[in-house]
Design a protein around this ligand. Structure first.
Ligand SMILES: Cc1cc2nc3c(=O)[nH]c(=O)nc-3n(C[C@H](O)[C@H](O)[C@H](O)COP(=O)(O)O)c2cc1C
Length: 306
């Protein structure tokens, strides 16, 4: 499957398939994705303090995907550091490791990145895309270009050679402008998109919203056209590479999102519906597609729709 090998920020990936952040919660459990053959695995976003998450139920399947309001449930940085260290050692470079960080404050983002960087992950990803985050000025960090750029610039100063990725939300007026600001501030790559919405589903018998938190991020096939458009716009605006995700459910979606401009492709919610075997199936299908169409390497598709 040589045609699937691809470089991203100078790092060689065996294939372009990525487990997005949060699809698996516990750090040791991320090995399920490594064993399923993903090119890269993104760990659940880590915060400074432990977070229990939102009230149950936190996930709801609907006709075109999933609603989730996990609320960044994680054990906090200190316990996570121990688990990440173990994970990096056991992984032995089988899949590339992307550590995702989340905060509401620039200072905290810097402190998280400093600690995680010592463990030498392949990438650090800044989750700038929670619609409820606020910076020291009281505004959301990743929802406008100024905030996103400030976080990237501050973290970039201390991450050295570790490539830094900025993960963006589709719930903004101009995602390309925010991506551009991240690039100017020193981001090495863009990850898009995080969940859309938030959305709500109401149980008409109970006459109440189904989620404990009432509303939650929307993921899965329903958001795929939004993801394709966002990636298309970002590709036009920046020179740094993109990890595209959001509703990828079929191997054809992988091709489509690469044509829009993504170099690597996250497959998250589809795992809940189709299981971890989806990664192997996609690899087989993509290899066949390359042979049938006499394409040497998937990288030839990146941005070809422009
Ligand atoms: C249950 C669940 C939890 C998530 N948690 C995170 C998270 O902690 N950090 C993050 O950056 N994105 C998180 N996401 C968003 C995904 O990483 C991804 O951007 C989104 O689901 C779109 O891709 P998909 O449609 O293939 O799932 C989560 C998504 C789901 C479904």
């Amino acid at each position: 499957m040589d045609g699937l090998k691809i470089k991203f920020c100078g790092v060689k990936f065996e294939n372009p398939l990525i487990l997005p952040s949060g699809i698996i919660t516990e750090i040791p459990q991320h090995f399920r994705a490594v064993n399923a053959g993903v090119g890269g695995v993104t760990l659940k976003s880590i915060t400074v303090k432990k977070r229990e998450g939102n009230p149950l139920p936190r996930m709801w399947k609907y006709d075109a995907g999933l609603l989730n309001s996990v609320g960044l449930r994680n054990p906090g940085i200190e316990q996570s550091l121990v688990q990440i260290k173990e994970f990096v050692n056991l992984n032995k470079d089988k899949s590339k490791i992307i550590v995702s960080l989340y905060s509401t404050k620039i200072k905290e983002f810097v402190s998280l990145a400093r600690k995680v960087n010592l463990l030498k992950p392949d990438f650090i990803e800044l989750n700038l895309s929670c619609p409820n985050t606020e910076d020291e000025l009281g505004r959301s960090l990743g929802m406008e270009k100024g905030g996103a750029g400030k976080v990237v610039a501050a973290v970039k100063k201390i991450t050295g050679k570790t490539p830094l990725l900025a993960k963006l939300s589709p719930n903004v007026t101009d995602i390309a402008e925010i991506a551009k600001s991240c690039e100017i501030s020193g981001a090495d790559g863009i990850v898009a998109i995080n969940s859309a919405g938030p959305g709500m589903v109401i149980d008409i018998k109970k006459k109440k919203p189904v989620l404990g938190n009432r509303e939650g991020g929307v993921t899965g096939p329903g958001i795929f056209p939004i993801a394709v458009r966002c990636i298309y716009d970002i590709y036009k605006a920046v020179k740094i590479p993109i990890i595209g995700m959001g509703g990828v459910t079929k191997w054809q979606d992988v091709v489509e999102i690469m044509m829009a401009g993504a170099t690597l492709v996250g497959v998250g919610t589809a795992v809940y519906f189709k299981g971890m075997g989806i990664y192997d199936q996609f690899k087989k299908d993509l290899s066949e597609y390359l042979t049938e169409n006499k394409i040497k390497n998937l990288s030839e598709l990146v941005g070809i729709a422009h």
